[in-house]
Write a protein that binds this ligand. Structure first.
Ligand code: KG4
Ligand code: ZN
Length: 335
């Protein structure tokens, strides 16, 4: 396999991230400047604020990554960047920075799909096997993606409304928990029991997802308690929401495994950091599918970072993917 050294940029949401990745999965530097503390004050990401902070940070983050890796831009084989999906103003900052580097140093430019980044982040753990099935769970996506071979994607199912991370964040917000709500619900649910009955999602496609009904079910439950002057146990509500959401994720995953018989199952995206999902997926794979390999990425690879874009960028580069100088960000980019 050809030796490669790639500089990768990720700015699709509220992290300004740059990584230097050698030979597909050796991470020489992985710098993330997070904006969480700023957005926390507003209870969610404010897109205009996010893009302005990316502009302020991007040059420093690039310089820091190169310094940590002890490399120069001239040492790179290519510049990879998240083209989409994500917040358009945020994406533009990364794309423009990547185009500037590629133009100035005469380097190939490689556009990367953010979700491919989350999926290929698993190559940082161990060798990927195909056919592969990825359960993608993030703030913007909930998808079952089948990879018949490397760089061949088929979307088996997707959410028809909210993404699972979005549902976690919205439920946390109505429960008065700080942003981002996913880790808060995760923590709180450990102290509770899933005793409250919430609506199970209904979807048209057998591998599609839906989380808005469950989210509304939590809102209605809280409203009803307020109207009746009743109290509820927050930890029990967090556990009830979480178990219902995870039932949905894993039930559809089982259908996909039974239909596609993958060689490997991987978990991807910010919600992959959820401790109960990690526990339940481990149990499912060990007990029901002992012959299928699976990867649950370490916490550091789950939420947005540029190392994952470096891995996906290297694979895309090896498959001949290139961007021209008219490359632009695409907030709803398809896989
Ligand atoms: O992949 P990511 O960093 O950004 C997107 O591409 O969307 O995912 C962020 C999402 C947020 O919704 C956040 O609440 C959720 O991942 N998340 C979690 C946990 N850690 C992060 N959700 C549940 N449990 C967690 N421990
Ligand atoms: Zn992400």
């Amino acid at each position: 396999m050809e030796q490669t050294c790639i500089l990768a940029i990720e700015s699709s949401c509220d992290e300004t991230a740059v990584a230097i990745v050698e030979n597909t999965n050796q991470v020489l530097a992985n710098v993330v400047a997070t904006q969480i503390d700023v957005h926390k004050e507003f209870g969610g990401v404010i897109p205009e604020v996010a893009s302005r902070i990316h502009v302020e940070n991007i040059s420093m983050v690039i310089a820091e990554a190169l310094k940590k890796a002890n490399k120069q831009v001239s040492d790179m084989d290519a510049i990879a960047v998240t083209k989409g999906p994500g917040l358009i103003g945020s994406l533009h900052v990364g794309v423009q920075a990547a185009k500037t580097l590629a133009w100035s140093f005469h380097k190939p430019l490689v556009p990367v799909h953010h979700i491919c980044g989350h999926i290929y982040a698993n190559a940082l753990v161990k060798n990927l096997k195909y056919p592969m099935l990825a359960l993608v769970v993030s703030g913007g996506h909930t998808e079952l993606v089948y990879l018949k071979a490397e760089y061949e994607f088929e979307i088996l199912g997707t959410t028809q409304d909210d993404a699972v991370g979005e549902a976690y964040d919205k439920v946390a917000r109505v429960m008065g928990l700080p942003y981002p709500g996913g880790p808060q619900i995760d923590r709180l649910a450990k102290e509770g029991k899933p005793v409250y009955k919430l609506p199970h999602p209904k979807t048209a496609g057998e591998m599609d997802y839906s989380f808005s009904g469950l989210k509304s079910g939590v809102l209605q439950f809280i409203d009803r308690c307020k109207r009746k002057g009743e109290t509820y146990v927050a930890a029990d509500l967090a556990a009830s929401f979480q178990e219902t959401a995870l039932d949905e994720l894993l039930d559809k995953l089982k259908i996909a495994i039974d239909q596609k018989h993958p060689a490997q199952v991987v978990l991807a995206g910010g919600v992959a950091a959820n401790s109960r999902l990690r526990e339940r997926l481990t149990k499912l794979m060990e007990e029901a599918y002992p012959d299928i390999d699976y990867i649950i990425p370490p916490l550091s690879c789950c939420t947005d970072n540029a190392a994952m874009i470096g891995v996906a960028g290297t694979i895309a580069y090896q498959h001949g993917v290139r961007g021209d100088f008219d490359l632009t960000a695409d907030c709803s980019m398809e896989m």
